[in-house]
Write a protein that binds this ligand. Structure first.
Ligand code: R5P
Length: 311
């Protein structure tokens, strides 16, 4: 087995290679002066089972292109099987046409990864489960739920009643999975804009008064959904609000929004490399997913069950 790292998240790739006790394959990824990407793998990969670790996070287009070029280099180097490991699959939110004459970019990106030569995909907490069907190659979708549930059990249970909260109706399945693991109650925020130009009304379905609320979501990008949810929960009498969100995209003014919010703590995984601002934020923390990713990579390579990781 060989592990190849793109540049999007070297700390995570290094941690995965340590878990597997397999050094990262040697190679260079360079830029021509016009920013074209050039890749050279310096080790023989003929007949190898190769895993390429690359999140298509910011800068999304550069990181995506780098992934495609690395896969092409491996395919032309006669790798036996290439697995694209995308701890965070950027473009996943563009999974349907929200209006006429708009693209379904998640499908386009899936086609590009397949056309480049990937034989399989390994990713985590896809924005929508159905995106698996955008790929005509096998895809394993891991869940951060066990990592989150373990941390919540260790640090946040025992002293106060817990309510797990989905910040929108679309995230209920994800939140319910964690509530089940914690044996906790579930609440749902129902956002509604009655008329265009009228501000959103947040109805909370469920009782959150005097409880410790734990918001669960797949992505925090601008932080708008999360911070508005935290304010709404506080207004309804929640004692404390925490958030566990798989992918910390945290773009634009998100970090300032989170640090200025009533959130006690936002916990994200390291599927996306933390910026200095994220590292310096008093109420943002990262949980490592290298052990989970490494376990899944090992199972794929040995052709044993990946789903049993979540039993
Ligand atoms: C939406 O369906 C997603 O699950 C997230 O709630 C959303 O992407 C978060 O975006 P933002 O942080 O920009 O509100």
């Amino acid at each position: 087995m060989k592990i190849v790292a793109g540049n999007s998240n070297l700390p995570l790739a290094t941690a995965i290679s340590k878990e597997l006790e397999i050094p990262l394959a040697k190679g260079t990824i360079r830029r021509f002066s016009d920013m074209e990407i050039f890749v050279e793998i310096s080790e023989n990969v003929r007949g190898e089972d190769v895993f390429v670790i690359q999140s298509t996070s910011y800068p999304a287009n550069d990181n995506l292109m780098e992934l495609l070029v690395v896969i092409d280099a491996l395919r032309r180097g006669s790798a036996r099987r290439i697995t694209a490991v995308l701890p965070y699959f950027g473009y996943a939110r563009q999974d349907r046409k929200p209006a006429p004459r708009t693209p379904i970019s998640a499908k386009l990106v899936a086609n590009m990864i397949t056309a480049a030569g990937a034989d399989r995909v390994l990713t985590m907490d896809l924005h929508a489960g159905q995106i698996q069907g955008f790929f005509d190659i096998p895809l394993d979708n891991l869940f951060a739920a066990p990592v989150f549930a373990r941390d919540i059990k260790a640090r946040l249970t025992g002293d106060k009643p817990i309510t797990v909260v989905s910040p929108d109706v679309g995230g209920v399945v994800r939140a319910r999975a964690i509530a089940k693991r914690l044996d906790a109650d579930l609440a749902i925020i129902d956002k509604r804009r009655e008329r265009a130009g009228v501000s959103e009304v947040m109805n909370i379905i469920g009782d959150v008064k005097d409880t410790r609320c734990i918001l669960i979501d797949d992505i925090v990008d601008s932080g708008g959904t999360l911070c508005n949810a935290a304010v709404a929960l506080k207004d309804q009498g929640a004692q404390e609000v925490y958030a566990f969100i798989t992918h910390g995209v945290l773009s634009g003014g998100a970090v300032a929004r989170v640090t200025g919010s009533p959130l006690e703590k936002l916990v994200v995984t390291d599927s996306i490399q933390a910026t200095d601002a994220v590292r310096g934020a008093h109420n943002i923390e990262q949980l490592p997913i290298a052990p989970l990713m490494a376990d899944a990579i090992e199972r794929i390579s040995n052709e044993t069950s990946v789903s049993s990781l979540f039993d």
